[in-house]
Design a protein around this ligand. Structure first.
Ligand SMILES: [Zn+2]
Length: 128
């Protein structure tokens, strides 16, 4: 169970971005991408996020939007490239060992901020 630690890390990053905005901005939505290789349970991450966010006034109304990315693997022997549901490291076509191309990454894609004062929304694309 490392979802709690990940939720804390997300909040730390978002607070850091928030500190660059003026004080009347609050976080509305955080778009997160997680490769399935990370074996994160989205509902669990969501739970920890909701528990921690209430401690932060400018985050407590925010929503965490989790997008799971497929695991992409390729076979060096038959050069087939495909998506796998589970970390299965054998090529279904020729039986050789697979190389994982993507599915390990995890990053915040976007943070949306909302201003109470101005009633408008600002989105910021974040690449970590
Ligand atoms: Zn193969």
């Amino acid at each position: 169970m490392h979802e709690g630690a990940i939720a804390e890390q997300i909040i730390r990053i978002v607070k850091d971005e928030l500190s660059k905005q003026s004080s009347d901005w609050a976080v509305e939505k955080i778009s997160l991408s997680i490769g399935k290789m990370n074996a994160i349970v989205p509902s669990s991450l969501q739970f920890f996020f909701d528990v921690i966010k209430v401690e932060h006034p400018r985050l407590k109304e925010s929503v965490l939007d989790i997008k799971q990315l497929p695991i992409l693997a390729s076979c060096a022997t038959c050069s087939r490239s495909f998506e796998i549901e589970e970390p299965l490291f054998i090529c279904s076509q020729c039986g050789a060992a697979l190389a994982i191309e993507s599915g390990k990454d995890m990053h915040i894609e976007k943070i949306s901020f909302r201003s109470e004062k101005e009633g408008c929304t600002l989105s910021e694309e974040i690449k970590k």
